[in-house]
Write a protein that binds this ligand. Sequence first.
Ligand SMILES: [Zn+2]
Length: 414
Amino acid sequence: MPLNPQRPIDELKELRALTSDENGAQRVAWTDTWLKARDWFRTKWQDLPVEQHYDAAGNNYITLKGESEKALLLGSHLDSVPNGGWLDGALGMLAGLEVLRRFAEQYNGRPPVTIRLVDWADEEGARFGRSLLGSSAFAGTHSIAADRIRTDRYGIPLEDALRRCGVEIDRFPEAEHERKNAAAYLELHIEQGPVLERMNLPLAVVLGTKGVERHAITFHGQEAHSGSTPMNVRHDALAAAAKLALEIRPIARKHSDAVCTMGSVKTFPGIVTAVVGRCETTLDQRDLDAGILATMYQEAHAASERFAKEEGCTVEWSRIWSIEPVPFHPTLVQFCQQSIEETAGTSHSLPSGPLHDAAEVSRAGIPTVMLFVQSLGGISHNKIEDTREKHLALAVTAFDKLAAKTAAWITQTA
Ligand SMILES: [Zn+2]
């Protein structure tokens, strides 16, 4: 049977019926509903000429052996956030399976290169606050020491939750063995943002995942009585922070894809009758270009010092977390562009703001690209997350073309 783009859509609806409730998808990693989703997935590939195994980090590999051991990896995740949508992650898994079926059929169970479908464990990090857990074990960027102390909101340690699912945290480094023979990695995902819908385009090639600079910024002023302190002698920490909150917008707008967000503000003493003596804020800056990211950071830093001075305050920065931008592989970006043009006529390219497992795989040195399909309203991590069925079908078709081109490229370069 040739590729059937409708089949993954029907299967996604089946999965939704099985693992969602009135609030949305409940396939949180390391829970019973997640295991149920994985059991269900098993019934979908059981009749194919494939081998299955879990690696040491709980990633699920379904392998269609080819003439060459060089492998094309297709991946995504079956786990969801609590009250999540029906497409985030699951689309990539079911589309990947359809492509694997097509390879099996076309080449009588033995394609020129090995095709491996991988369901990364705990992409979302919804329960323990650690995203990309399985793929970071694959990439070797994972820290056992940091994860051992993680607990969920009921105090259950990550280590115990994993053990219940047959995964030992100490053996995580063994997951790196799966990188052997991995020649390329492809991932189809919903956009989770509003760009494609606003451009009225179904599909886009993803150029890479944006780097992130995340900082805690604290302004120190002077607490004072709100009635007795004249305006011209105040050291108002909130006033300095508020100026910065406005200034990060022009800093970001100088660059087409950059974003800056001040997502949290706490004031102390935080009462109606006192000038704010201390204001704690956070800043999250993202761009695909490391140079732009560095410039935005420097500009925000300089602005904060200027505003602190203007308000008679001081300011202090501390890095919460950062990650380098991860640009995807130029040849695969080109293949993806061609596949989209052949399928939908017009192609667009954009960076991904959210992180994906593909970033970890790419960081491990494996040629990688992602394909995005439009999200209605740009909404995700929500039960109303949706994509038009005709766009889903186009996405499956374009993803299959991308896989065919990439497999041919692996054969040539092997
Ligand atoms: Zn996802």
